[in-house]
Ligand binder design. Sequence first.
Ligand SMILES: Nc1ncnc2c1ncn2[C@@H]1O[C@H](COP(=O)(O)OP(=O)(O)OP(=O)(O)O)[C@@H](O)[C@H]1O
Ligand SMILES: [Mg+2]
Length: 283
Amino acid sequence: MSHLSHVYMRGTPFEARALDDVSFTIEDGAFVGVIGHTGSGKSTLITHLNALLRPEEGRVIINGIDTAAENADLKTVRRTVGLVFQYPEYQLFEETVKRDVAFGPKNLGVTGDALEKQVENAMALVGLDPALGEKSPFELSGGQKRRVAIAGVLAMEPQVMVLDEPAAGLDPAGRADMLNLVKKLHQAGKTVVMVSHSMEDVGRMCQRLIVLNHGKIAFDDTPANVFSHPRELEEMGLDVPQSVKLAIRLREKGFDIPQDVTSVAALAEALLGQLGKAGDANA
Ligand SMILES: Nc1ncnc2c1ncn2[C@@H]1O[C@H](COP(=O)(O)OP(=O)(O)OP(=O)(O)O)[C@@H](O)[C@H]1O
Ligand SMILES: [Mg+2]
């Protein structure tokens, strides 16, 4: 995407510049975190990725398709990029789980055995028991409902999965399960773009972070490099992960903690390495 800007309610007193000259490229197979304060433009940005919003200013190119072009093949764009909204379970409406999951691919013209197979695969990928297929989605738990909604997007077999706050509103166990699911999607070969409020989550999981601030890209870098600007992040209303804060303080005390430590697990490993050395010196 290049020089993308988006203004809501242009020309009215409510005019809001949600995106301001945003440019970046996402490579196949990447796992990108998008983070920023409330209203920074995250949802507006990702709704451009599957052409639900089409650029008014700037360009979005998905696998060579310019989504603003008049004759753009939007069906292919939407088949390529699967978008999971925030709280997607509110959009479930079919009588059975299976039918809900089948809705997207059916709309794309998939029928018969192929449809059956795609639904089955998607349910397996999100860890839904096939026996739930005939149940009403409304009988399921919150976390399971969300899985159904995600399976519905996966069943269209998109190459790219874009998820807006997939773990929002779940309890700690549900959050961990959901984040594991997102990790699994990436491991299964999908390109993944995940919007999150949690620096801890994106720092631990993603290879690259895009930080939005008032509709502009503030940082687009590895988590370690982004977290090396704690003061700027704080000014944007964001906080570096606890593990990174602790690593900074330990370095000040003379511990040799690598710069790429961005998770509790990595910090623990670095510290144990140090303690091991201290132990050797005492022996
Ligand atoms: N449909 C809309 N009409 C008018 N203004 C909107 C609309 N949607 C978003 N905005 C405004 O555009 C800006 C960016 O909103 P957006 O929803 O993209 O932010 P966000 O980063 O996803 O926020 P959050 O973290 O709260 O989900 C905000 O100022 C918001 O008020
Ligand atoms: Mg949002």
